[in-house]
Design a protein around this ligand. Structure first.
Ligand code: DUC
Ligand code: ZN
Ligand code: ZN
Length: 470
């Protein structure tokens, strides 16, 4: 009888701290041995010439989320998680959007029902809090945090989602008491509305106006305010999808004052610019997301943040809509003004290949930093570590085997999400996760799907440890 279910041999293994040559043995879904010349498995994978990394954790994805009248998100849990898997991920963290007047637990039940039996990767949920009533703050959130929903997202923009400062303070205070982690979308809604009205009055309704009405100052001011509110309450905070150097500077200033601020950025802020929103006809709608992509100079700033540690997290903010679809970017209302174009772009499958190619292969970051930014820090920040996010004895055998020589040009036709385009179409990358293992099961074997939907499981998140990411 074999001692192990699987041994991955001869690979170069990387964690967030080290790179070393070793074999990894797996039994009953867990890593049970790491060492030289391991033998005795039902199956062996020869990873010579490959990198063996923790499976990616994308802690910022939107799947099957209600998106406004007549608009339908392009991914359900089946397509969204399949796309994540082919991009080398083994866990995703989508959002459960609170509905006004509906108990959070009821809404969560709906999301679980939609995810159950459909997923190709493991799933853990964040809660979007848009109506923090006394009952929600006093009873629902504490009970849900204890049950494994330990991260909350709040918005400073979007008319129907935004919280005012008083509500943000109260939500942060509940997080302080319960050990929950709060993610904040930082854009000043009043400033945006002021600018939107001006553009519409002038008849300027094209997609590019989306970027012009959400300038850097809108994000910088809100970032400063969110960090100040966290400082006042005395609680850590995650600033999500940071797009520019001035918002990064607010993160650094907060840290210098002793506030525990984590920063996240996304591929769109490294690879796209506002000019992409200025496409012919309405093509610019394909790039409408918030905060918007900025300038080449701001891309360089974001690279600085990747390289120097301003950013702890690199997530996709995968929020897919179809382009050529009346329920997507080209809805009748979306065609009437930039203001109605659904915000969000797909990216869960290309997040890691883009950072690997542009970051590791071009020498901007090393492999441990890549692993930290794409996996380990997500697990640490959101209560999944050390079960997930690393390669160590006792951890889930969630592993991505990367071929650093694989060259691909990103084409939506080759991707697995439910959208009909990729904002990254035509970008050439070197390196791809060709084999992906979830809980010891080979889900993608040399580029071929071998797992099935339902192999991915729900994983509750804890509030501890709140380990420092860097
Ligand atoms: N902005 C968000 O706040 N969420 C999803 C997508 C986007 O562009
Ligand atoms: Zn957001
Ligand atoms: Zn988002």
């Amino acid at each position: 009888m074999s001692m192990y279910d699987l041994i991955i041999k001869n690979g170069t293994v990387a964690t967030a701290s080290d790179v070393f040559e070793c074999d990894i043995a797996v039994r009953d879904g867990k890593i049970v041995q790491m060492g030289q010349n391991l033998v005795g498995a039902v199956r062996e994978i020869d990873a010579a010439g490959k990198y063996v990394l923790p499976g990616g954790i994308d802690s910022h994805v939107h799947i099957s989320q209600p998106s406004g009248e007549g608009i339908v998100m392009a991914d359900d849990f089946e397509s969204g998680s399949l796309s994540a898997l082919f991009g080398g991920n083994t866990t995703v963290m989508p959002f459960c959007l609170q509905e006004r007047g509906v108990p959070l637990r009821e809404t969560l039940k709906d999301y679980h029902a939609r995810a159950e039996g459909q997923c190709y990767v493991d799933v853990s949920f964040h809660l979007i809090i848009c109506d923090p009533t006394d009952a929600v703050l006093g009873q629902d959130i504490p009970a849900l945090v204890a049950d494994g929903y330990s991260s909350l997202k709040v918005f400073m923009t979007y008319e129907d989602l935004r919280l005012d400062d008083a509500a943000i303070l109260k939500t942060l205070d509940v997080a302080r008491k319960t050990g929950a982690t709060v993610m904040v979308h930082c854009e000043n809604e009043d400033a945006i509305r002021f600018l939107v009205e001006k553009h519409e009055l002038a008849g300027d309704v094209k997609p590019l106006a989306h970027a012009q009405t959400r300038p850097v100052a809108v994000e910088r001011e809100a970032t400063h305010r969110a960090i100040s509110l966290a400082e006042i309450v005395g609680v850590p905070i995650v600033i999500v999808h940071i797009s520019n150097g001035q918002a990064m500077d607010e993160v650094l200033r907060g840290r210098a004052r002793g506030v525990r601020v984590l920063g996240e950025t996304c591929p769109q802020y490294l690879m796209l610019t506002a000019d992409d929103l200025d496409g012919m006809d309405w093509e610019g709608a394909k790039f409408v997301c918030s905060p918007p992509p900025r300038t080449k100079a701001e891309q360089q700033e974001c690279w600085r943040g990747i390289e120097t540690g301003v950013f702890d997290l690199f997530s996709s903010d995968h929020c897919p809509f179809r382009y050529d679809d009346p329920q997507g970017k080209l809805s009748p209302k979306g065609r009437s003004s930039f203001r109605h174009i659904p915000n969000g772009i797909p990216g869960v499958e290309v997040r890691q290949p883009i950072l690997f190619s542009e970051g590791v292969m071009k020498g901007r970051i090393d492999l441990p930093r890549f692993v930290a930014l794409t996996s380990t820090n997500h697990a640490k920040t959101y209560g999944l570590y050390p079960r997930k996010g690393t390669l160590s004895i006792g951890a889930d055998a969630d592993i991505a085997i990367w071929d650093p020589t694989e060259k691909r040009t990103i084409r939506h036709a080759d991707l697995h999400d439910g959208s009909d385009y990729s904002p990254y179409e035509g970008i050439a990358v070197t390196g791809w996760p060709t084999t992906v293992i979830l809980g010891g099961k080979v889900m993608v074997d040399n580029g071929k799907l071998t797992g099935k939907k339902g192999d991915g499981q729900y994983r509750p998140a804890s509030t501890h440890p709140k380990t420092n990411c860097k």
